[in-house]
Design a protein around this ligand. Structure first.
Ligand code: FDA
Length: 394
């Protein structure tokens, strides 16, 4: 005997929980299934444990998708202000960091507990440790077979997220369901992810591990971010590198400006008159971390005073410090990536309801779709907004 539910949501993460709250509030019998032993694991590990749950300034330009307009409807109907209102209603203390990012004062647990309390209050159920073994469409309903029994379902919502952090339960199951019902996938890869050194750069650069400084990272397609970068023994990380990884394709180079706020040529010309005897290395150490300045001087073989620098030296310095060509070995991949870029092609999904245009009653929400936000709370906002939008109609 199959159990009957109006709405079955696969994935008890950010978008699935949010959709469950909205669907259950409308009086729909709602069940969330997850194979993990705990709901919302990624919420708990997000934002360094403090969950960057949204951003003060959310626009469609903060998202990448083959269809850039897709996000507009959901984001405009359930906004960051709506989510902030909910956070305030639950008395959760939060603060704003750079670039409008909002974090919990205390812990990401506050956000998960808020969602679980809302799920309970709305009357939805969550069932964990449940594997879905088969999904069949039967006229106007779905038969969902699981390790905990079978379900006959009117609305089936796929909220299985992306592939990052497989140890937390990430799978490509959502992509497989999409393909089963005729949807295509936009090629996907790890994003918001640190880069690794190529084998040639690794020995010298990994010695500088731990250094952090503001840089501008530019991708071949012209997108650029001026933010902090962190040199690690594996490669280049930090917000600037995570952001630019969304715009980078394997095999491409990146251009790094190590002194984005400074015109190095102008600074040298100014300083050489008054301080011509100063070692270039000492001069450069005032503009960037000393170990990095030493590294560049050694690489460029510039053990010279400012007065001794030739025109060619200055050109080389300018080229190296403002337009350093980084050839990444690759990225750290899904093991440490925050998100998956690409996914279920949105061209056959309604941007208003998130319902499949190929299969009535099937919905896709959250990161499983080809929608990827910038770093800064945008990915969660997409989960809340898309979960909310589907929750109004499932
Ligand atoms: P989510 O991944 O949240 O949930 C998917 C659920 O589906 C999981 O519970 C999983 O177990 C379940 N599932 C998968 N396969 C299944 C299967 N076969 N059967 C049953 N269940 C299955 N974003 C942001 O805006 N601010 C931030 O601070 C951060 N920080 C951050 C840190 C780290 C380390 C990571 C990895 C990610 C972030 N993110 C983030 C990104 C954010 O976590 C992510 O975009 C959302 O959680 C996506 O929500 P979803 O509901 O789509 O998937």
């Amino acid at each position: 005997m199959s159990n009957k539910v109006d709405v079955l949501i696969i994935g008890a993460g950010a978008s699935g929980l949010f959709c469950a709250i909205e669907a259950a509030k409308r009086g729909r019998s709602t069940l969330v299934l997850d194979h993990a032993n705990k709901a919302g694991k990624k919420i708990l590990m997000s934002g360094g444990g403090r969950c960057n749950f949204t951003n003060m300034d959310v626009t469609p330009q903060n998202y990448l998708s083959a269809n850039p307009h897709f996000v507009r409807s959901a984001l405009s109907r359930y906004t960051q202000w709506d989510f902030i209102g909910l956070v305030c209603q639950h008395g959760i203390a939060y603060h704003e960091r750079d670039h409008g990012q909002l974090f919990c004062d205390d812990s990401a647990k506050d956000i998960l507990n808020m969602l679980l309390a809302e799920v309970e209050q709305a009357g939805a159920s969550i069932q964990l440790k449940t594997e879905i073994t088969a999904i069949e469409k039967q006229e106007d309903q779905f038969l969902v077979r699981t390790t905990q029994g079978d379900y006959l379902v009117q609305s089936l919502v796929v909220a299985t997220g992306g592939l990052s952090i497989p140890t937390m339960g990430a799978t490509d199951f959502g992509f497989k369901i999409a393909q089963q019902f005729g949807h295509t996938l936009v090629p996907y890869r790890a994003a918001l992810v640190p880069f690794t050194w190529n084998t040639k750069d690794k020995p010298q650069w990994s010695e500088l591990s731990g250094l952090s400084l503001p840089i501008t990272a530019t991708a071949n397609n012209g997108h650029s971010f001026t933010l902090d970068a962190l040199i690690t023994h594996r490669g280049l990380s930090g917000p600037a590198m995570l952001q630019i990884s969304n715009y980078w394709q394997p095999g491409e180079t990146l251009t790094i400006d190590w002194l984005p706020a400074i015109d190095i040529n102008g600074e040298i010309q100014q300083a050489r008159h008054a301080q011509g005897k100063k070692q270039f290395k000492t001069f450069l150490s005032a503009l960037m971390p000393a170990r990095l300045a030493e590294h560049f001087c050694a690489q460029l073989n510039l053990q010279k005073t400012l007065a001794e620098l030739s025109k060619k030296d200055v050109e080389l310095i300018q080229q190296t410090l403002h337009s350093w060509v980084f050839v990444p070995g690759g990225t750290e991949g899904y093991r440490t990536a925050e998100v998956t870029i690409g996914g279920v092609d949105t061209s056959k999904v309604s941007s208003k309801t998130l319902e499949s245009q190929l299969c009535n009653g099937l919905y896709f929400i959250g990161e499983v779709l080809d929608v990827t936000g910038h770093l800064g709370g945008y990915n969660f906002q997409w989960s809340w907004s898309s979960g909310w939008a589907a929750g109004q109609v499932v």
